[in-house]
Structure formats: structure tokens, C-alpha cells
Design a protein around this ligand. Sequence first.
Ligand code: BGC
Length: 911
Amino acid sequence: MDIKRLKINGIVEPLGFHFDDIIVSWTVENSTGTHSHSECILVALDSEFKNIIFESEQGLLDSSGVSIPITLAPRTRYYVKVLVEDDMGDKAEKITFFETGKRDEDWQGQWITTSQDDEFHPLFSKSFISEKTVKKARLYICGLGLYEAYLGAEKIGNEYLTPNLNDYQSALQVQTYDVTHLIKRENTFSVLLGNGWYKGKYGDENSVPYGAQFGLVAELHIKSTDGEVCVITTDQSWTYIPSNVEQSGIYFGESYNRILWENHDNMPKSAQLMTMSVPLIDRYSLPVVVKETLAVKELIVSPKGETILDFGQNFTGWVEWDNCLPKGTRVQLEFGEILQDGNFYNDNYRTAESVFIYTSNGEKERVRPHFTFFGFRYVKVTGWVGTLDTSMFRGSVVYSDLERTGFIQTGHEKINRLYQNSLWGMKSNFLDLPTDCPQRDERLGWTGDAQVFSKTASYHMDTRAFYHKYLWDMRLEQQKRHGGVPAFIPVPPNSNLAFETAIWGDAATFIPNTLKEFYGVSQYSEIYYKQMKDWVDFVARRLEDVKGTKVALWDFSFQFGDWLALDGPNEQSFKGDTPDDYLATMYFCRSLEIVALFGEALGKAESKTYRSYYEELRQFLLDTYFTPVGHLSSGTQSSYIVALNFNIYRNRAVLIDDFTKLLQKHQNSIKCGFVGAPLICQTLAECGRHDLAYQLLFKETYPSWLYAVNLGATTIWERWNSVLPDGHMSGTGMNSLNHYSYGNVVEFLYRYAAGLAPKEAGFKTVKISPKLNGKLKFCDCQFDSAYGRYRVKWEILENRQVTYDLQIPFNCQAEVELEGCEEVMVLETGNYHFQFETKSDYTQRYHEDSTLGEIFENSAATEIFKKIVPVYELMADNGAMRINQLRELVMLGLSQETEKELLRELKHFKY
Ligand code: BGC
């Protein structure tokens, strides 16, 4: 038996985090038995567990998160041991640790800065001697706007863009580093500072920087083997010189000039003390690291003669290389997501310059920017001297250090690409906070985007610690706004965009609800509950103020509504046709229900009040928007999706019928935006119409997910028509190719195609009910839940045979409904293989969903097509038509009869 994924607060061996509470979680693998017989947690101050300070009572624990009631001391390492024995007597134990930062301890280090006249980026330093043998050394540090710290030539830690992003007016995050291995006898401790989010341009047009001055505070605690402690602190004895960072900015990029100060006399200047009233706190942010690297896929010389590196994948991070350029060479890198007519393009980045300029001093070094990041696939290189060997470049993919938990592979290449696009959307936009996009002059923590993507995100990766940080950011904003949740978080000073709206603000209830669904109820739920309540109380107060009653429509103040939907006045409109008041009040009603449910789970007395408010408002919505038989007055795709998802309807069957009729009227074409599209396939599947969900998923004509895949998308686009069929961008105003919102469709693959859905919070019990599909052929899904790894794999074979391979983790149970099997099975921990005969023949190759392209790939099918469809030549010659499905032929002028005849004749083809 092995204990795996032992984490504290969702993090492996956390160092210096802000521990609101200590929550231990783990999973068990390779057990002999199926469930725990006994579990125990010990916490000690030493790795030998001689000095034990906590021992859980003997019995059963909840491995998705056990709260440890201990009082924490600052700068202390705690060792945690988990022991498990299963029902067969098999045993395992595992040790991990966490270490506190400075907590509430006073700072000996003082804030230092440069003289006001010095406008350059500084490099602060201090030299010291360490005579004794070092037992343990820790650095506690914060630098503004951003910092990179070094001991000698070595960069401290593997993280970047520290101290990360949060509301710098409320708190400043401190990072803790274990530097034991870096202390020598003679040391130079230096810190490079850049502008970042704090000191540079960030936010909307009106926003102003958080601060104007560079700042640094640090304490380096060195403990010798004889027990003596020496603390090196920031103070006036530090000096600074101008650094080689010529310019830096999140939107600008960076200019790193190795000869900038060559002919200057750079006498070190004394650091000056500065006053900083914002409190320092232990970090919430996960480290931002290089999670993976990409090689250049192709070197392109464009029609304009530009030299362009193509990484083959849109992503977030930067480019690195080993310098071999002669002294004085000034190389400029520009970043873009797409080529236009084969040439470099990034007009959609708007005012974000996104450049990296490097000036060489002729010496060998690893080159990379320090205080910025880019969202890109293509890099235009100018000024290179000598041959440009693509193998020397490395694309560093940079995002928060999250563990990947979800993996899906199917038998359909384009669906696999769509899955990857959703995953890359997450990788690109989970850099410290959930952003809308990583490339243009925005990169903001938009709450609506975060809300709609949170479920897919939590299938893809372990999001506990990441969202915990974002929800803390949200709490800080809520404290300033009487519970109100702005449209993006954090809100930079002077921003004029961050007002409270529905759907966006409902992130306050929806994200904690996702965390509860994926990771169970923990001590953190108490913290989240308070902020969820604050949000609904805020909206209730506004309703009362404006409408005189809490049971009313939210029909005042600006709403984003069904953002970027296609049923608005025209396809470039910002929002669709679903009434704002309907969406806002429906979302508010759902938020009330979530608060009631959460409160009930936590045993809160006031839950009753929230439940009855919810029920009253729900009835009011039914009376306002639904006819007595249950039809909706607002018949848009998103209005049906929301009602069905939130269970706000009079008659489910009537609503499903109306919704599917509307889809038929729309020729099965997506009309919805940020509200409806992320949920449309899941909603249809939940209503028993997974056939329609699959149709939408496989659709290749505009607007659809595969339309983008066909046009070469490697991430999810902001708009359905971000790129036009001829490859041109549809506009530059608001057009990113790396927005994850619509990528939430992948939840359909996890939850319905693979069919893995939680029954009990944290996936302790699940329902496995895959929805087979012949076009998909197979679906192999693995998911590392809070309790351990689930696997659902199905594969369609010949002769109506289907195989299933299932894996249920330790301590878990699955209710399993498999096509071909008459009974509903209840399976315990273990691996299972089944083979059944299905009623439908899933091997039939051509359906109404099949595209002309798929038919033309097969010569016998093409012959039949030719025989039946008189205008075959015309269609075969028209490349654009290859993505049309058979069902769409009627739209193209063929008769229903011809379509039927075709389907009859093509029915005999098998995969
Ligand atoms: C962002 C969105 C965001 C929206 C607000 C845009 O500029 O990129 O994703 O949610 O504004 O409606």
C-alpha cells in the first residue's frame, strides 16, 4: 500500500504560506483492501517524531482534508505523518512537512529604496561573511514592483514574477526560501527590481499604478550547527547600482541591456529607508514557475521577409536562449498569436507592446526576461547576427505550480485537439490568478471568466490552493465594497471598470461551490461561506434600496449579460439577446440556493432564512418569466440553459422540448455567449439529449468549437468568429485567441462522454454513466480526484460490442450505469473490465453528423454521394463545404428526400 499526493492545504511541502488553517489530504494506492480500517495523523517538530505536538484520535479520517487544530509558531517546520491501515491489515505511512513564514512576528528588516532622482531599475546588494557551518538558512523577502534575488550568481528559488499579484494596497506577500545550500563563506546577496503589476501600467485605461517607488525588505536567517543565529536584514548599509534592466512592464515587456552602463562610473549608492504602511503577510500565491518547455517547430521567413519562430502552440511565458551574439548586438523579439497573410501580426494586443529587447555584451549567459511575460505562438526576431539556429531557443511555459489531475484521450483527432486547447487555455491563464487572456493590455482577473471555467479547471488540475488565493483577493475587495464583488480582481487604483454585476460577481458563490464539489467540505468552507453570504446580502440590500423589496428583479445598473453571444443586434455586438434582468435575477437566485446549501452542509442556523428567501425569489421568477404551463417568455438558448441548469422552471419536460425546438430552429447552431456556451453541451446531456450535445460538439461549420480547430486554433478563442474562414482576424478591438471561457465545454467530455460525475462532494462516491458515441470511437479518461484516481475507458468494437475499463480508488464507491448492461452496478475500490453488447450499432460510420469531408475520404462512399447528389462536382471542388454535415445539405438546397436517401445508402459503412 502506498500513500500518495500527501498535501497540506492542497500544496506539496508548503514553505512560508499563509496558513489560515492546516488541512492534510492524501490518497492511497496499491492497497490490498478496499477501505480504511484505521487512519491516524501525527504532527511533530522533528522528522523522527520524538516531539509530537498533535495526534489524531484513532479511527477513520476524511482523506480529502483533515483540519489539524494546532497553534503555529513563526519560522517553524512541522512534520506530518499519515498512517493508514486497510480492512485487510495492509499498512502504509508517509511523512511530509510544512513550514511557517514570519506570521505575525515583527520585522527586523527595513524597507529600503533608491534616491528619488534615480529613475533606473536598481540592483541592491549586501556582502557578508559566514564563518560557521550552516545548519539552516531561510530568506524572508518582498520586493516592489517585482524582484529576483540572488546569492552570488545563483538565482534564489525556481519561481518568477515574485511577490506575485494581489491588492498591494491591502497586503504585501512575503516569500520564504530555503537557502541553506547557497550560503558560502563569502557571500553577495543581491536583489534585482522591476516594475511589474505594482509600479507599471496595469488595468484599464483609467487605472494608475499602485506605487511609484521601488522597494525591498528582507531578512536572511542563518543558523549555524552550534545553534547561533545570524540575521542579515535590509537597512541603510545596503547599496545599489543601476541594473541592466533598461525598461520593464507587464504590457510593455522588457529591455535587458548588458552594456547600458558600460561607460558610466557606477559607484554604489547607499540605500535609503522608506515608509511602507501596507502590512507584510505570508504568501497566498502559488509559485509561478516554468512548468514545461517547448521547442521551435518551424522557422518562417514571411512574405515581408520577417524572421519568425513558430512554437506550434499558443502559450504564456517567454523565450530563452544561450547568448552567442557579438557585443553590441541588439536583438528584438516581438510576440504574436497568429500570422496574417503569412506575416507577423499582433494588432490584437492593442496597446501592449509585448517586446523583449536584448543587448549583448558578448559574454555567454542564459538570456530571458525577468519582469514580464507574453502570450504567443509566434516570435518575430530582428537584429540577430549570424545564423539563427532554432534549436537554441526554448519556449518557457510559465504558470502557477498546479498539479495536473485530468487526462482525456478519444478516438477523434479534432476532439483531442479541442481538449488540448481547453487545457492550454488554462495553462495560459492560470499565472497567479485566473485571467481573461495573457497577451493584450488586459490580463485581468475577470470574475465572470473565472466563474464559467472553474469546473473544467478543477477536472484539469488541482485548483484548491490557486482558487484559495483568488478567493482571498476577492475577500479583500469585498471588504472595501460591503460584500460587493467587482468584475475583475484585484482592482488597480482608479479603475473605472470594476463595478458589481451578476454572473461575474456570482463567482463569489460559484467558485466555492465548485471547490466543495471537487474537494469536499473543509475548514476553508467556513471562510468561503462568509464571503458567499456577503455577496448575496450585498445584492439583496441593493434590491431593497432600489426596488423597495428583496424579492424583485435585478433590472437596474449595468450588466455584461450573455457576453459575446451571437443573438444580439449583430455578430460583433458585445452581448446577446437574453434579457439582462432575467440573467441577473436567475443568477442571484442560484447564488441564494448555493448559500443555503452551503450553510446547511456547515450546520448554520441562518440557512433557513436563505432557503426561504431563495424559494420566494424562485417563485417570483416563475411568475414573472414563465407561462402557467411552463414556457419561458425569453426564448433564447442561454435563457433555457440557465433555467435548466439552475432548476428554475415549472415543468422540465416542457422546457426541454422548447429548448430543443429552438435549437432545431437555429439549425443546431450556437447562438449563446459566455453564459450559455460553456454549459450548453452539459445541459443537453443532463436533459437526456446527449445526442444533441454531440452534434454541437462535432459541428465544424461556423459557429462551433471545431470551426476554430479547423482553422488551426491551439487555444480557445474569445469570440466564435475571432478568425474568419479566410484566416483573417475579425477585428482588433477585443479579440484574443487565448480566452478559456468557451473551453469549459470540456466538462462535457469528463462528465458525460467519459461519464464521471461526483455524487458526494470530493468524488467520494461517483456516478459513472458514459454516453457512448461512434464518432468518438473510444474515450479514455483518468481523473486524480481528492480521494484518488478514477479511470473510465470505453471502446466501441465490431458487432455491437463495447468494452469498459474502470478504476475506482481506495475508500470510494461508484454507481455504474453502462450501456449494454441491464443493471445498475455498485462498484467498490478496484479495477474492472467489462464487455457488453449494445442495442445501437455505434460502428455505423455515416450519420447526419458526418461531414462531406469524411465522406469524400472514402472512395466507395464518394461514389454513392456522386450518384445521389447531382451537384457533387461543385461540392467536392469547394473546400469550404467539406466541413458541412449531411444534416446541413438541406440548408444548401438539397431536398429532405435526397438527404434521407443518402443516409440510407451510407448506412452500411462501418468504422
Ligand atoms: C474581457 C472578458 C471580460 C469582459 C467583461 C473583456 O475585455 O476580456 O473576458 O469578462 O471584458 O465583459
